[in-house]
Design a protein around this ligand. Structure first.
Ligand SMILES: C[S@@+](CC[C@H](N)C(=O)[O-])C[C@H]1O[C@@H](n2cnc3c(N)ncnc32)[C@H](O)[C@@H]1O
Length: 310
């Protein structure tokens, strides 16, 4: 009861915000539609508490349906000789000492394209770090309503592809509506399941995961599938809110520490190959397969990053 009251009041707030802030004419919308970087004056050093993510979780019925489909997908997705074995994993509540968050419901989708997002998170700066070029095959995993997908599609161009994966049909529908408005034909929406993003094998140059990895109920299975999808020099670009910084106005379960990220990725056959430590709220870390020719680097400790940001 308390939860549904909270969801309802959040919903009312969202509707009012959406109307008042004219979402579709804001700088954040422009970034989401075209990927254009904001001017320096649009960047802010003082994060607003409004950024706290909406308290909505994906409906349980959807999650159960996705889990069932996931079982079928897991059986069909057999392991070949020389590969790491596919994990046999049940839905988890915690993983390697971290309590897992529940997926954000599609009812929270307006929050993802809030006008102030670019300014708060400096999303354009993160986007530039992806270094996308024409012809790349990229994946926006946990794409939501496509805040990142649309600029990715613009940058990889007509010769490239964006595989846009989400487990909520409603999110993919919202993505389709937003991408239709700007006539991009290189986006492939994929309805993933909780333990399988249904990506092609060894084809993907970059898998972007923004504010989603911490929601995976089957982290080992997802990392196994993601690793399998990468080409030898392909990378995962992981953006997660910084747990080490209490001033980041996001609920604790939706944040991750650098050391926890390292623990989970190294345990699943990945190595750190690049990182960008200048974002106000998030870690941006790039991982490759541990058998990739890309050289491994050591992470800069989070406390050092926070000191450097002061
Ligand atoms: C907080 S939203 C972030 C959306 C988008 N990345 C962004 O930054 O705007 C997380 C999204 O990840 C999706 N998600 C959660 N678990 C997933 C999984 N196992 N596979 C694919 N998508 C997943 C949720 O349905 C939700 O749409």
């Amino acid at each position: 009861m308390m939860r549904s009251n909270r969801s309802l009041s959040w919903l009312r707030r969202t509707r009012i915000n959406a109307a008042l802030l004219c979402l579709f004419f804001s700088p954040g919308w422009l970034f989401a539609q075209t990927g254009e970087a904001p001017s320096a004056t649009q960047l802010s050093d003082s994060p607003s508490q409004q950024a706290v993510s909406p308290d909505t979780e994906a409906p349980k019925a959807d999650a159960d349906a996705a889990a069932e489909e996931g079982d079928a997908a897991a059986e069909a997705n057999t392991t070949e000789a020389g590969e790491r074995p596919r994990p046999q994993e049940e839905a988890r509540r915690s993983y390697l000492g971290r309590v897992l968050a529940k997926p954000m419901s599609h009812l929270g989708a307006p929050w993802l394209i809030r006008p102030e997002r670019d300014e708060e998170e400096r999303a354009s700066e993160s986007f530039q770090q992806l270094k996308l070029t024409e012809g790349m095959v990229v994946c926006d995993l946990g794409c939501g309503n496509g805040y990142w997908t649309l600029p990715m599609a613009r940058d990889v161009g007509a010769e490239g592809r964006v595989l846009a994966v989400d487990i909520q049909r409603e999110m993919l529908q919202k993505l389709r509506e937003r991408s239709a408005r700007i006539k991009l034909n290189n986006i492939e929406p994929i309805l993933g399941v909780v333990n399988d993003p249904r990506l092609p094998k060894a084809e993907v140059d970059l898998v972007l995961m923004v504010d989603v990895y911490h929601e995976f109920s089957h982290p080992e299975s997802m990392l196994w599938s993601i690793r399998r999808s990468l080409n030898p020099e392909g990378v995962v670009a992981l953006l997660e809110y910084r747990e080490e910084d209490p001033s980041v106005p996001i609920k604790p379960l939706h944040k991750m520490s650098k050391s926890q990220i390292m623990k989970e990725y190294q345990a699943n056959g990945f190595k750190l190959v690049r990182e960008y430590n200048k974002l106000p709220w998030q870690h941006l870390m790039f991982f490759a397969r541990d058998d990739s020719p890309l050289p491994e680097i050591e992470p800069v400790p989070a406390q050092q990053v926070l000191k450097d940001l002061e």
